[in-house]
Design a protein around this ligand. Structure first.
Ligand SMILES: [Ca+2]
Length: 378
């Protein structure tokens, strides 16, 4: 039942951020430019190389885009966007070839589990001393506010701070791409057309609500503000955290943190349960006995790395021992071993899945949890 409820919840939600493609099972594999052949120093100078063909990226034909603008305008009109807003934006839309290039460089599905990279290098890149130190300073300085947010939304504040740190380095890196342009480009490119068309219309609805065009900036994939929300998520969940009467996720940390809390609550966050805990797995542990037979309807490659659900008590009886923090004895948890057998593993509570709703990547969600733990001292 719990699994079913969680899956339905996941289906109902728009991921907060599309910066790392929710379709891709693992994030942040560095996108490396193709290596051009070079002569070694000893090679004769007469060696010639055929020119490297340009990749197919950035070659989306612009000829159809003029007509496609009218499609976007019609969709905006159908959604009730003001005509003045449509006329101020749609005629001036252009294709952004850099966005197409970045989108096509996204990692694909991992078909060979042996090719799954370990978590360690990603963790070292995303759970840095700098992020921990700055997160801890903010956490301490805003503790009364964060306690208030926890009372209001039931979400543990360390996770809010960690998402804020992971997404934008606490507001330092929020992206400079023009949202209507990148959303129109990604919709036109067509890989996920209906998703990006809806987000494009949502960006116009934000303009209708009085958000200045200059503020509608973000990542190449259309995520904006301190929490890196997609426009439809901004429309639905932006929250006034500091009580000044406006919900400004672009300039107010309090509003951003409250908005992240609103997102996680909607994604099914259960109060007073930690996201997960690091564990040691006994060497003789029978992994086949805890394998999950469920295929998740959303990002199945991500969920395929989780075991089936057992209570924390059952896990302990199988020799899975918490290192430090613990989860409640009767809480259900799944096991993940992101660095393979013999390395630190994690028992993940149902709340871990709320973080996956924010961004469907195990590396993302684990590093958010580990960063949050580090911010509060372990
Ligand atoms: Ca506010």
């Amino acid at each position: 039942m719990i699994i079913g409820a969680l899956c339905l919840g996941a289906l109902a939600l728009t991921p907060a951020s599309a910066q790392r493609d929710p379709l891709a099972p693992l994030p942040d594999q560095p996108v490396r430019p193709a290596l051009l052949p070079r002569p070694t120093p000893a090679a004769p100078v007469t060696v010639r190389y055929a020119p490297t063909p340009l990749p197919a990226v950035a070659q989306v034909p612009a000829v159809g885009f003029d007509a496609y603008r009218q499609t976007l305008a019609a969709k905006a009109r159908a959604a009730g966007v003001r005509e003045a807003t449509i006329q101020a934006v749609v005629p001036y839309l252009t294709l952004n070839s850099r966005v197409v290039e970045l989108d096509r460089a996204q990692p694909g599905q991992v078909s060979n589990p042996n090719a799954i990279p370990p978590f360690g290098p990603y963790r070292r890149k995303h759970v840095t001393d700098d992020l921990i130190t700055r997160g801890a300073a903010r956490y301490g300085a805003n503790y009364p506010f964060l306690t208030n947010i926890e009372r209001r939304f039931g979400v543990e504040p360390l996770v809010l701070m960690a998402i804020y740190g992971h997404e934008t380095s606490y507001g330092r890196v929020t992206g400079t791409f023009d949202l209507p342009q990148v959303l129109a480009t990604l919709a036109y490119e067509g890989r996920r057309r209906s998703f990006f068309e809806e987000e494009f219309v949502a960006s116009l609805q934000l303009l209708d609500q009085g958000v200045p065009r200059s503020r509608l900036r973000g990542s190449w994939a259309g995520a904006t503000g301190y929490p890196q929300f997609m426009p439809s998520v901004v429309l639905r969940l932006r929250t006034d955290g500091d009580g000044n009467g406006t919900a400004d996720i672009w300039n107010s940390e309090a509003d951003a943190l409250a908005s992240i809390a609103a997102y996680l609550r909607e994604a099914g966050w259960k109060p007073n349960v930690h996201w997960g805990v690091p564990v040691r797995v006994a060497p003789a542990f029978n992994r086949a006995a805890v394998r999950s037979a469920v295929v998740a309807p959303r990002c199945p490659a991500v969920y395929a790395r989780h075991s089936r659900w057992l209570t924390v008590r059952e896990w302990r009886s199988l020799g899975v021992a918490a290192i430090g923090r613990t989860l409640p004895e009767n809480e259900l948890a799944t096991l993940i071993e992101p660095d393979g057998q013999g390395a630190t593993a994690y028992l993940l509570s149902t709340n871990y899945r709320a973080i996956l709703d924010y961004n469907c990547s195990n590396f993302y969600a684990l590093s958010v949890g580990v960063l949050g733990d580090s911010i509060v001292g372990g």
